[in-house]
Ligand binder design. Sequence first.
Ligand SMILES: NC(=O)C1=CN([C@@H]2O[C@H](COP(=O)(O)OP(=O)(O)OC[C@H]3O[C@@H](n4cnc5c(N)ncnc54)[C@H](OP(=O)(O)O)[C@@H]3O)[C@@H](O)[C@H]2O)C=CC1
Ligand SMILES: CC(=O)N[C@@H](CCC(=O)OP(=O)(O)O)C(=O)O
Length: 327
Amino acid sequence: MRLAARHPNIKITALIAKGHAGQMLAQVFPHLSSLDVPSLVTSDEVDWDEVDVAFCGLPHGTAHAEIAKLPSRVKVIDMSADFRLRDLGTYAEWYGGDHGAPELLEGAVYGLTELYRDQIASARLVACPGCYPTAVLLALLPLVKDELILPEDIIIDAKSGVSGAGRSLKQNILFSEAGEGLSPYGIGSHRHVPEIEQELGEAAGQPVIVNFTPHLVPMTRGELCTSYVRLTGKTTVADLRAALTSGYADSPFVRVVEEGVIPATQHVRGSNYCHIGVFADRIPGRGIVVSAIDNLVKGSAGQALQNFNLMHGLDETTALEQLPLFP
Ligand SMILES: NC(=O)C1=CN([C@@H]2O[C@H](COP(=O)(O)OP(=O)(O)OC[C@H]3O[C@@H](n4cnc5c(N)ncnc54)[C@H](OP(=O)(O)O)[C@@H]3O)[C@@H](O)[C@H]2O)C=CC1
Ligand SMILES: CC(=O)N[C@@H](CCC(=O)OP(=O)(O)O)C(=O)O
């Protein structure tokens, strides 16, 4: 809402909720009280004739059934995981249960903007990537595609702020439990692994297996992924940097930081930017790629808006021009 409110081509015609239905937006999110928008309603109360595009931010496993009910002329930008995995068996394995709208899966486009611009532009349903896959894939895809790193030897150490877990009550994100510690979770089994492997595998033209461990960090926003890679043949770290720089030459939100600069979540906070840094390891033949995003912007809502822009022939930076909030 914060981003969409400043978009010249977006008019909010309906706001759908579940537990908060019946309330005004300003009651649920007081920081948005200056916006003149309709009150929250349930999906049954919406006049869909008034809607051209639905941004869907439902929990995984509930989005597919809700999206299946929408009129087919309504374009959908989904931020859940329900349409990200192209293989139904993989979806069932990682998310449990059958998919509620397999008929829509085939036409869904994976919404990593920088990778699928053309397909997103003409899609009806865009499945925005998870926050970790966004940061990891932006850092590694050009390297895998150009065969600069070995696809079977990738170790990803990832860290996220607590807002990545959403706003509902969960014990592990209570202030007193998350506040002064750092802990891994989903070790060896996080549900973003198949998403990362799906897209890296496409780029490599062969199955890819990654080691991925996320950590919960006591900060509100931000995500940092440190990827340890093995270089192929005579590849150097300078080659990695060159591939990333040229690969993102036309991507306004992906910045390969200057040599010597260390990417940090506070350098992208509140913005749609992804910062990527490339470093040599003292172990010969290995490199380290660090990527930073704001999980709530490039990691979800910002990327959703970037995709909206592409789907409507607009400059992809529209309403996303704000610089990071630092410090
Ligand atoms: N947080 C993050 O960094 C990222 C989140 N995502 C994804 O975005 C989606 C939303 O995440 P987030 O905002 O963090 O999650 P929250 O848990 O904070 O919010 C989920 C929202 O969904 C609403 N909701 C739940 N069920 C229904 C329903 N049946 N009909 C209508 N509304 C419903 C709830 O409304 P109410 O409050 O009224 O009950 C709630 O506002 C998820 O799929 C998440 O995985 C993606 C990338 C990053
Ligand atoms: C800290 C935290 O809990 N993060 C979430 C990732 C949130 C996200 O961006 O991805 P999805 O859209 O797939 O939910 C998690 O690890 O499940």
